[in-house]
Design a protein around this ligand. Structure first.
Ligand SMILES: *[C@@H]1O[C@H](CO)[C@@H](O)[C@H](O)[C@H]1NC(C)=O
Length: 268
């Protein structure tokens, strides 16, 4: 009797490993969506440093907001109002650029006007724990599928669908398009990322360990399911392992996607 109880308790023991190795990233996500009945597409932008949203912009509000968990961004805005105004201007310009791009691309696909289409852009940089440039990206997707991306090594545009050759032709006619973005992701992006990491170090450099709860469900025919819920952790990267008598138990384990709690921490 005593023995079986002990075995059951051991079964519930959980091991959590902190796997965050320390690289950092800054990423911008732009999305433009056409909407029937509106002349202008809606244009949204979210900017992230690591797993934290630092800013967002929406043409429906016409204003740039700092991320809810990035109090240090708010401080930066107050200290440098010109910076925020300039960023807002750039985003309004981007909204126009996306409007034209959506017109071009729906033309390349021979789509009639008035449909609902999306154009997304993702760009940014990743740095090592020593904050040196590791990797950059600059890429577009149309209607949820990869469209075109910049190859930073060769400074050429890589098409992902045949229709994108039209865009490639336009952007390759003027080498400044590729050069400007290469310089941004490799130099400008890294400089800003370092600045944000310095300003927001209390938030961005922290590691919040998870709190974990284990629940146990027994099905009518006697099969037992154990469920582990880890929460309140940061950064997002986590690995969960079941241990039984100190042995890893990888079989019959199902994971759900790690999700944001909305307060700057994550759950899995
Ligand atoms: C759309 O066309 C304009 C004008 O030719 C050009 O400047 C722009 O780069 C094009 N954009 C795309 C995504 O094809």
């Amino acid at each position: 009797m005593e023995r079986s109880l002990c075995a059951l308790l051991l079964l519930g023991i959980l091991a959590l490993q902190e796997t965050w190795a320390g690289p950092h990233s800054m990423k911008y996500f732009n999305t433009a969506i056409t909407r029937p009945g509106f002349r202008q597409p809606r244009f949204l932008t979210v900017a992230y440093v690591d797993d934290l949203q630092i800013a967002s912009f929406d043409t429906d509000r016409q204003c740039l907001r700092s991320g809810p968990q990035a109090a240090w961004m708010e401080r930066m805005v107050q200290e440098n109002p010109w910076f925020w105004e300039r960023e807002t201007e750039i985003l309004r310009g981007n909204a126009q650029m996306f409007r034209v791009a959506l017109q071009n691309i729906s033309g390349y696909f021979h789509q009639s006007a008035g449909g609902v289409h999306t154009l997304q852009r993702m760009y940014g940089c990743e740095v090592s724990p020593e904050l040196t440039f590791q990797r950059g990206f600059y890429q577009f997707a149309y209607d949820g599928r990869d469209y075109i991306s910049l190859d930073l090594e060769t400074l050429t545009w890589r098409t992902e669908v045949p229709q994108a050759v039209n865009t490639k032709r336009i952007w390759e006619a003027d080498s400044r398009e590729a050069e400007t973005w290469k310089a941004y992701v490799e130099i400008g992006c890294v400089l800003w990322l370092k600045k944000y990491l310095e300003m927001g170090k209390d938030t961005l450099m922290r590691t919040d360990p998870p709190s974990a709860t284990v629940t146990r469900h027994t099905a009518p025919h006697g099969e037992v399911t154990l469920r582990c819920r880890a929460q309140d952790f940061y950064p997002k990267e986590i690995s969960l392992t079941w241990l039984r008598d100190g042995e890893e138990q990888p079989q019959d384990t199902e994971f759900i996607e790690t999700r944001p709690a909305g307060d700057g921490t994550f759950q899995k």
